[in-house]
Write a protein that binds this ligand. Sequence first.
Ligand code: C5P
Length: 429
Amino acid sequence: MGAGIAAYKVPGVVRHFMKLGDDVRVMPTRSSLHFVGKTTWQALSNNPAHTDVFEEEAGVDHVEAARNADLIVIAPATADLIARIRIGLADDLLTTTVLAATCPVLVVPAMHTAMWENPATQDNISVLKERGIHVLEPTEGALSSGDTGRGRMPEADQIAEAAEAILADVSGAGESSAGVPGMAGDLSAGISGAGASDLGGAPQVTGVPDMAGIKAFVTAGGTREPIDPVRYLGNHSTGKQGVAIAQALKEAGAEVTLFAANIADDLIPSGIEVVQTPSATDLHDAVTSRAGEFQLGFFVAAVADFRPRKYNEAKVKKTEANADGWTIDLVRNPDILKETAAKFPELFCVGFAAETGDDAQIMEFGREKARRKGADLIAINRVGTGVGFGTAENAITVVTEAGDVVLKASGTKLEVARVLVALTKQKLL
Ligand code: C5P
């Protein structure tokens, strides 16, 4: 933590993570101790609070602390501290730790408006973002100088929420295996629950929706189509996007079932029903037999379009007969979204479409897909352009079956999931 009057809000952030059972280490800069002393930090975090690398028992702790941390939150981040991080200074324990860290870093600036708006600070902030550091921008309001303007540090609960969004993103809320956690993100200060959204005339989607009493399912992951007992045809999807939606539904109070196609156990949130559906056939059978129980279905899984026509009960060996090659005959898999939407007209169906092309093409593909599959909404994710796949920033455009754009949302995968869930709640009413 840096030296600013906003330091008085930071104990709330420490307490939040202590309540969750996290191991919290506070590293105050030397001048920040004018605002809040070490005794307070030590008492709140139950850990020593060091300032300098050479403090007794701190020793080489910065490397250890940097290696062990899941997230570093720098709040308040003064103009001076931001500048020091930008140029890679390592003149105290905090900056040394940041330099050694590989985990995500959340910077929460707080300063006078003039300092915040100074091109030097703005330039430093842009560089930090380019490097993948998250920045929770200051809000407007009364400043300690008596002036009013942008520069106020967001409240403790907003900082905790932003930190949790990053942690959730790291532990699973992405689009694909290519999704890199901890990349640059503009976390708007008004993040509370719904994430950043650009609604373009669509109904306002804010706050955490109340979905108590609603039963929802999510298909997620990538199916594997068995060839023989040891081989399959698969894809790179890890299920992170679907998991983020399941998480957002759970947060909203819905009863959630996750139809999981090969998702790593540690990605799956607690408190939801999980049905393992490794192949497209498993997923098809599970969803079509149970869809009648639900009001809402999100079809996020990457379902293989084809599967081997024949499953070999024994492992296929290299023989003289296949010395020249091996041809696997494929048959089409059923389209689970299309079939479910047709069979269960009462079910509100949200599909996903990863598309490439320019804006107009992408919108047309999405509209066509919504109509063809009978989905109530299709969330279109642009891929192959540095957005969607391979970035932590996710951007979706949601169209209705009639082809209307009802939402554009961007932010971390969990933020986007929250906005999408809030939208479906509105549509369900
Ligand atoms: O046709 P395409 O694969 O692009 O459609 C993607 C959408 O359809 C996703 O929502 C996906 O989960 C769903 N889908 C499905 N069953 C399939 C293929 C896709 O439910 N066999």
